[in-house]
Structures are given as C-alpha cells and as structure tokens.
Design a protein around this ligand. Structure first.
Ligand SMILES: Cc1ncc(COP(=O)(O)O)c(C=O)c1O
Length: 1013
C-alpha cells in the first residue's frame, strides 16, 4: 500500500482524540518510522502523544509496549517515561477503522516535556554521562520484566543483524569493505556473543527519543520515549544503540562514547565479556541503520525521515572502522573502572618478581644506577625550544651530564608530559580542539652511539624495521615474550637501522643476546643517542611501528597497555614527572599567598611553558593565547630570551654607571616617538610609569587635580588607584578622591552619548570637569586616558574626542598623558602608538607591558619642558629602572617588532579578524559590537535590548578554553571579550579562533536569550 494512502491527517488525529478519549486538542504530526505520531496540544500546552499504527502493521507487540510502560511506572518511581492514558472504555489500546476500512491501533500517552537530544548544543561529557546513566537505570529496572511478545524477529535487533549481509550489493566497493569487515567479525564472534546475558531493553535511544531537561548550564537526560523497538536480546545491545546514535558528528567518536559507557555502568554494571563485543555491536547497529536506509531509499523515496540519519551514520561508521577494536575495548574497560588491559595486574606482578639489573641490558656499560633527567614540559634543563631543537647542543648537554655522573646511566621519561615533539604527526583535531601527543610511554636511556642493547628475556622478533624519516624511532625492534597465560612485548627504539633490520621476523632472541646498537642522530629519529624501551601488552594491530608517545586524554588506557619498565629495574632514582592535578597548588596559594590574588577559569590552568602565541600546560596541552599583550613579540621569543640571558651573565646594576644599553633602548624608543617627546625615564612597571607621570604633573602644574575616564585603570600604586575608576568604583573601592575628576566612559555603543558623532559631547564632559576644578579655585593638573580603554571594554575613543579634549586641557594649562601601557609598541597596526590614531601629541606617554615582553620594564616619555621642571633638584633614583639587562631586553623587543614586521602583522591580521567578527555578528546577534584597532579588539555581547550579557561572556571564555583558546573578558559589565594576543598571532590563528567562536556562539546557552524572544 502506498505511503500516501496510509498517511493520517492532523484533522483525523484530532477526531480520533475526541472520539476515543473525549479530549479536544490540536494535533501536530511528528516523525516516526512505523506508527503515525501526533503531538497533542491542549490549551496550547503539549500534553499527549497520539500513536496510530499502520494498517499493514502485523505488529502484535502493543500489549508488550503498554505493559512495559506500566511496569516502569510501578517499579521505578524516579525514572520518567511516558504514561498510558486509557480510552473512554478503559482500554489502553483502542481500535480505529480508517477511511479505507482498515483496522488501526490507537494509543494515547502523556507528553514528556523537555528538549529533544538532537536539538541540544553542545552535548558535553556530563550530558553524555547522564544519557548512559539514564539508559542504564532503565535497563536495570527491566531486569525482572518479561513478556511473550518481547521475543520476536526484528531487523533492528543487533543480535539478529546478519540479515544485512543479503543487501551488501546496495553499497559501493569501499562501503562494502567496511560493512563486510564488521559482519565477518560479528559472525566469527557469534558463538561467544550468543552466550551473553539477555534482557528486555529499550533498543532505540536515538536522538529523537531522548528528552533532556531545560537546564542550559548543566543539562541532563530526563527521559527516554518511544518504546516501540523494545525487545528481549543481549543486554549490551542497548549500550551499543545508545552509543551509536549519541556519537555522530564527533571528531573522535571513541572519546565521545566513553562517558556514555561510564554512566551506563554506574547504574547497570556491565561485564567484561560484554564489553568485548561492544565495539562491533556499535558497528553493526550503524550497519542496520544504513542498510535500512539503502533499502527504503528504493522503496519509499519520498519518506525523508528514513534518510535523515544516513549521512552522519556513514561518517561515523568510517571513523569507527578506523579505530583499533582492541584499543576501543581497553578504553571501554577503563571507562567502567576495570584495568584497561585485562592482563595489566598479571604483567605488573610478574615484572615485580623479576630480578633484573641494568648491566643485563647494557653489559658493555658497567653502571648499575640511574641519574634521572627531566624532559617534561616544565623542565628548565631542556630549556628553550631552540635549545632542544639544536641536536648538537642537546648532545653536548647530555655528555656534560654524563661527565657529572660518570657512574650512572642518564635516563627518564615514563609518563612524562613532553612538549618537544613538534611535527604534525603528533597532532590531531579531537573533540576538544587541537590535541598533541605528549605523554611518553617508555624509558629513555642516554648512552653513546653503538652501545649494544641485550635482551633481558627470551623472545621472538615481531617487528624489525627502519622507522626513520617522519616516524619516531630510527631502527626499531619489537620482541614478543610468552608467559604462562599471556604474551607481552618489548620495544627497543632509536637503534641503528642496520642493527635493527639485521633481524628477520620470527627470529628467536635469547636472553642476553644482542637486540641492536644505539643509533646516532639523525638516523635514530631524534636527538642524542638513546634507547627507548617500552613494555606493551598488545601490539594493537601495528605492523611497522608503535606509538611511544600518547595523547594525554588517553593516559589511563595507555599506561595500562604499557606498564612502567622500571617495575623490572626497581630503581628509585626516577622522579615522578607524570602530570599531577593542581589541587595542592591551589590550596597552598589560597592559604599562603596574597588573598586578593585571583585565578582565571572555573578549573584553573597550570601553565609551565610559553612559545610564540601559545602557552602550554603541565599536561603538554597547547593553548592559543589571545589575551597576552605582555608577550608582545611572542612568548619566550628566542632573541629576547637570549639577549636577556647573555646580559644577565655579564652585568646587571643600577644606572649610576655609564652603560650603552640604557642609551640604546632610549634611542630605539625615540625613533618611534614624535620629536616633541624626547626625554625617557625608565621604570619597572606600568604602575610605576603612571606614578612617575603623576609626580611630573605635580612638579609641572603645582596641581594634583587629574581628569580621567570612568572605568579607566592606570595601576596598582596609591596614586594610580586614586585615578582608576575601575578600582575605586569597583568591588572594595571607596569612591573617587576629591582631586580626581571622572568623565563618563566615552563609549559610542552603549555609553552616555551614542553614535559616531559623540566625540564632541564627551569632550564637553572634559570641559565640564575643567570648569569644576577651576570653580573650586584650583588648577588643572592633567588629563590621563588610554587611546583604547582596555578595562572599560576595549572602548575606542570617538572621533575628534581626544583632539578636542587635549585642546581644552592645554587651554587650562594642564598636561595630557597618554597611557600606552596596553596599546603601545605597534599593536594598533596603523600606528606605533595609540595616540597617533588621534592626531595628537601628548606631553607624557607612559609605556609598560609590551616593551619587556614579560620582563618588568616600563618607561615614561615626555617633553623637554616637562622633564626639566620635574628635575627640580630632587634626585629620581630607581634601583632597577634602566638596568642593563632590562634595557637589553627592551631594545631587542623593539628591534624584533621592526625586524619581524609585527606592526604590519597586527594591522593585516587584526583587520581580517575584525571584519570576520563583524560578519559573524550578522549571524549571531548576540555580538552587539566589534571594535578596536590592530590586534587590540573587543567583542561586546548583548541581548536584543542591548543589555549586557556577562554570564554568556563568561561561558564563552570557559568554553573557548575547552577548545584550547585563552580569552578574557572585561568592561564595566564584564560582557566584552578582549582579543590582544602576542603580535605573532597569524591569519591562520585568527581563522581557528573564528571557527571555534562561531561553534560556541551557536550553543544553546549563547542563543537562548534570542531564541526565547
Ligand atoms: C592601562 C594600564 N595602565 C597601567 C597599568 C599598570 O601596569 P602594571 O601592572 O605593569 O603596573 C595597567 C595594567 O594592567 C594598564 O592596563
């Protein structure tokens, strides 16, 4: 019968509702594979779902479904599920004769309110965990329920999935291969699979059947609906179905599936044997779905619902197929709290029992103890990236260490997080953005090239290859060892290619025989000669190599597959370099460090290394830094680091002696400033610079009346706080002092005066303050403002404002100070200093953060006149200001800005980013304003009445961190995202940032304020 003929209209549904249930409601059609489903609104509220069967449906299982729902409502009071509404005659199933005279079954169920899984963005780990937990609880409740109709032939039952073999011809060659590989495995494993425990399961937790609560911060699964596919089958199939649907559209489906399994297991304990079949069961469920679509495409080409899940299902199946099934199994086990590898404990206890000594491994090296070398991300010993990439230098350092410890073997590395691997083969895009393999799985022994390595127990060669080139090891040998009831493997990496490939696969190597000789660089894959030894419980189907470094997210699985080789050696020289949680640091900090220090992010980060535009945490995770305008030319810029180190080794003292460096830095600075600003004073921080500027004002004008902007920040000293409305008007502040005069924040978007022509109005506010000062019979000291007000929320001064304000101040004999602590040194792109954007020349310019690239260095530039009046006889002495180390660093920073064309980069990348952000604001109206210059931008988040959205801003900052982007927010309402990265930030970085920003802007928490309108 054609689909059109059996289709039911909403009109018919409403009539059925009235006739059988005496309910007046309005029906809306819902998608359904077999039944025709209608959502029933009564008084505009969804209250019921009406289900009408197909006439040709020989499904006699409706009684089973109804009994199942009844069973649930009696046996699990906390589990929400649809409830049965009986008809006028007290039946839970009514019979209806349609227009064609066919009998159709009608049921009415209560509507479960909430959001459908498919509409939820994002579906984070906690939500997936709650999905598993909910399904597990349902399965657990159903353990003692049975019904004769629950045993039937069903295409959607994974247990019966081999029917799909008949339809293999519907797929192309590549697809066919993937499908066959799952089918064959399923068939092979069927005897054991058939023995798994069985029970009645829901069997259809697809994304339209999962209802999520309406909590946007911490969403949880509330209910499962549609019990039409429930069946008695292997219980693990329910886990497989749940997983198969919930992990579509993830970069890394294995990572995505694990919280579901943990959640399931927390309510319904899965057995190890069941987990063994889970990977393939997930594949088979996808194959059922794809085969159904392929068949139905031919049968009912106009039924869109049938085709809906085909595309993502294919994408997922291909990715799932590429995952090693053993690794998946170990990961599932780990998610359930079993040892990831079933033999982990056995191997470890065997290793502990062995009496094994270093000379057995290296008989030609007569040393039996170890000196631990630290190659972790935070290691000062490995130093700068440029140092560890210099192979000769690295070799030299190892040799020096060896000379220092002649009786020891230099070694280390097990579970060490390293950031020394920089080729792209170590990177992937995971579910949390870019991830890099960083966790070292073996121990490295640093010994001379050609040192022979001997086998410590008998074994058979399974891999002996040249693993050089892009790969990790140079010459690589893997030996298999048979113990009583399991095998394990030993990996010997970084050998000479010749010695490694002298073995044939299958060769037996006896205890004490030579495995190979240590290779030299570059043949050995990387750095100085060393042996990488790694113990493995599985080869995971690797044929020519094996990972020696793993992703941190998978550390608990890998450490189970690859136990610590030191269990054999039993040396206590190895320090634990494996990354630890940061709780201890936080506790100490809270107790013993200044109580007003704050920490960023809900889960604070421990950053241990910087590199260019990246910061790297103690787990080796790299974050793109969009915040740090202090690391102006890039974190740990090699030239800057080198200059600082070199000068520090020679001399650092105060400015009472002649030295080139202070003059050189002054000259570099003067080159960038207009000729009027020709005197430089060096200090150590932005606060000190502004503090000195205030002293200059007092000396010059005999006044301490200073005009500043609302929400301005100028430093942490007493005098600076007194002119910083951001502080004295903020938390803990005591309001403005008498000598400070605040103008409204000159914000043309949401300020007192709006629009492009607001410059004059804000300038008039300056005049107002001048008048107030003069009305009190006092003189105007100065006007201080940043060219773009950073703490104010990246507020660009409106056109014409600064020029007019400066004129007014000068007319009143006051001084004009431009605070360039944030904006200076090329960041603006178009100009080197922010004031230059406004066609003015200040009397004093204060310079801070960027000039030292992280080193405490700041400066005050002023006119000859200001400088002369300040030098009134009282010496200005500053212990550290202008010292040779700081000045060498500052000079190198300014040179680097020029040499690397970083001002131009700020302009090009900044303008690209700004214009793309503006385009994004059309797609996401939550972006109310995009502003700023060069690489000093702000994104203001507002609702459609321009109210600030601080919670959404904080959410965005934290979510961006999840994806590996460091961002910060500011502004009086904390609703402005600031973008002010190191100037080496590239267009590609900007593109990555935009990609993830748009992803998160589309998440429910961000869109809710617009959706609800
Ligand atoms: C505009 C402005 N001026 C001055 C300062 C004070 O600089 P420092 O923290 O180096 O003392 C800051 C610091 O954030 C600032 O943003």
């Amino acid at each position: 019968m054609s689909y059109d003929k059996i289709l039911l209209s909403t009109d018919q549904a409403e009539k059925i509702l009235l006739k059988y249930f005496n309910i007046i409601g309005s029906a809306t059609s819902l998608p359904g594979e077999i039944d025709f489903n209608f959502k029933i609104n009564v008084n505009n509220k969804p209250l019921f779902i009406l289900k009408v069967s197909r006439p040709d449906d020989k499904n006699t299982r409706l009684d089973f479904q109804q009994k199942l729902l009844e069973y649930l409502s009696v046996n699990n009071k906390t589990l929400i599920a649809p409830e049965i509404v009986k008809d006028n005659n007290g039946n839970s199933i009514s019979k209806y004769i349609d227009n064609m005279g066919n009998e159709r079954m009608v049921r009415l169920l209560t509507w479960v309110d909430g959001r459908v899984w498919s509409s939820i963005k994002p579906q984070l780990e906690d939500l997936r965990y709650s999905l598993g937990k909910h399904c597990g609880s349902l399965t657990s409740t159903l353990q003692n329920f049975n019904h004769p109709e629950a045993h039937f032939n069903f295409d959607w039952d994974i247990g019966q999935s081999l029917w799909t073999k008949e339809y293999i011809h519907l797929f192309n060659d590549a697809e066919e291969q993937i499908i066959i590989s799952f089918q064959n495995k399923f068939e092979r494993n069927k005897p054991n699979y058939d023995k798994l425990r069985k029970s009645i399961i829901h069997n259809d937790a697809n994304d339209n059947n999962i209802i999520v609560n309406s909590d946007f911060v911490n969403p949880k699964v509330k209910a499962l609906i549609d019990y039409g596919d429930a069946i008695h089958t292997q219980t693990i199939n329910d886990v497989a179905v749940t997983c198969a649907y919930a992990i579509m559209d993830y970069h890394d489906p294995l990572d995505a599936v694990l919280p579901i399994i943990s959640g399931y297991h927390s309510e319904f304990q899965l057995l190890e044997d069941e987990l063994l079949h889970l990977y393939n069961a997930i594949g088979m469920r996808l194959i059922i779905s794809l085969t159904k679509s392929a068949i139905n495409k031919v049968k009912e080409p106009d039924n869109v619902y049938l085709l809906i899940s085909e595309k993502p299902a294919w994408k997922l199946l291909k990715k799932w197929h590429a995952i090693n099934d053993d690794f998946a199994y170990y990961s599932f086990r780990n998610a359930c709290g079993f040892t990831a590898h079933p033999k982990e404990d056995d191997l470890k206890s065997w290793m502990r029992q062995q009496h094994f000594e270093l000379p057995q491994l290296f008989p030609t090296i007569n040393r039996n103890s170890i000196h631990h070398v630290d190659l972790s991300v935070s290691s000062n010993w490995i130093g700068h990236q440029n140092e560890f990439n210099d192979l000769d230098l690295f070799q030299f350092k190892i040799e020096r260490l060896q000379q220092k410890y002649p009786d020891k073997i230099i070694a280390g590395g097990y579970l060490e997080p390293r950031s020394i691997y920089t080729t792209s083969s170590y990177d992937k895009i995971g579910n949390h953005g870019k991830e890099s393999r960083s966790i070292h799985l073996g121990i490295d022994f640093w010994l001379p090239a050609q040192t022979p390595v001997h086998a410590f127990i008998d074994g058979e060669v399974v891999i002996a290859v040249n693993d050089a080139g892009d790969k990790e090891y140079g010459g690589l040998v893997i030996i298999k060892h048979n113990l009583k009831d399991f095998n394990f493997y030993t990996l010997y990496g970084h050998l000479t290619v010749k010695s490694a490939t002298s073995h044939n696969i299958g060769d037996v190597i006896k205890k004490g025989e030579v495995v190979g000789k240590l290779g030299n660089y570059p043949e050995n894959g990387n750095w100085a000669p060393h042996l990488h030894i790694q113990i493995m419980l599985s080869l995971l189907n690797y044929k020519n190599d094996f990972p020696g470094v793993a992703f941190h997210r998978q550390i608990s699985v890998w450490k189970s597959i690859c136990p610590d080789p030191n269990l054999l050696l039993k040396s206590n020289a190895f320090q634990n370099n494996s990354p630890i949680k940061n709780n201890n640091l936080i506790t100490f900090r809270q107790k013993h460090l200044g109580k007003s220090l704050s920490l960023q992010y809900k889960t604070p980060l421990k950053i241990v290394r910087g590199s260019g535009q990246y910061l790297i945490d103690n787990f080796g995770r790299k974050y793109l830094d969009t915040v740090n305008n202090v690391a102006h030319v890039g974190h740990e810029h090699p030239a800057v680091v080198k200059t600082g180190q070199e000068q520090m080794a020679v001399l650092n003292t105060n400015t009472r002696y002649l030295h080139e460096n202070i003059n050189l830095l002054a000259k570099e600075l003067l080159k960038t400033l207009p000729p009027e600003l020709s005197v430089i004073h060096f200090v150590n921080s932005g606060s000190e610079a502004n503090e000195l500027a205030i002293r200059m004002v007092k000396a010059n004008t005999d006044s301490q009346d200073i005009i500043a902007s609302e929400v301005g920040y100028h430093g942490n000293s007493n005098a600076c706080i007194d002119i910083s409305s951001y502080k004295f008007d903020g938390k803990g502040g005591k309001g403005k002092p008498d000598h400070t005069h605040i103008i409204p924040l000159p914000d043309a978007f949401r300020g007192k005066y709006k629009g492009a022509d607001s410059g004059k109005k804000y300038a008039d506010e300056v005049q107002n303050r001048i008048d107030t000062i003069q009305d009190k019979g006092r003189k105007v000291g100065a006007f201080i403002i940043e060219p773009i007000i950073s703490c104010g929320g990246q507020i660009e001064l409106p056109e014409g404002f600064l020029e007019k304000a400066y004129q007014m101040i000068r007319n009143a004999d006051g001084l004009c100070i431009s605070d360039e602590v944030q904006t200076g040194c090329g960041r603006m792109g178009k100009t080197f200093w922010g004031f230059q954007l406004h066609n003015v020349v200040p009397d004093i310019v204060t310079i801070g953060k960027p000039i030292g690239n992280g080193h405490p260095l700041a400066a005050v530039a002023c006119t000859q006149k200001v400088a002369e009046k300040f030098a009134n006889g009282m010496e200005y002495f500053n212990t550290f200001g202008g010292n040779p180390v700081s000045c060498a660093i500052g000079t190198e920073v300014l040179r680097t800005v020029h040499q690397e064309n970083l001002q131009k980069n700020a302009l090009v990348v900044g303008e690209f980013l700004k214009s793309e952000l503006k385009s994004l604001s059309k797609q996401f109206p939550i972006i109310g304003d995009v502003r700023g210059q060069g690489l000093f931008l702000g994104i203001e988040l507002v609702d459609n009445a321009t109210n600030p959205l601080p919670d959404e801003t904080e959410y965005l900052v934290n979510r961006m961190k999840d994806y590996g982007f460091l961002m910060s927010s500011d502004g009086p309402e904390h609703n402005v995202l600031k973008i002010k990265p190191p100037l080496v930030f590239s267009k590609k970085n900007a593109e990555e940032l935009l990609y993830y920003l748009s992803k998160i802007l589309d998440e429910d928490f961000m869109t809710k304020c617009y959706d609800s309108v």
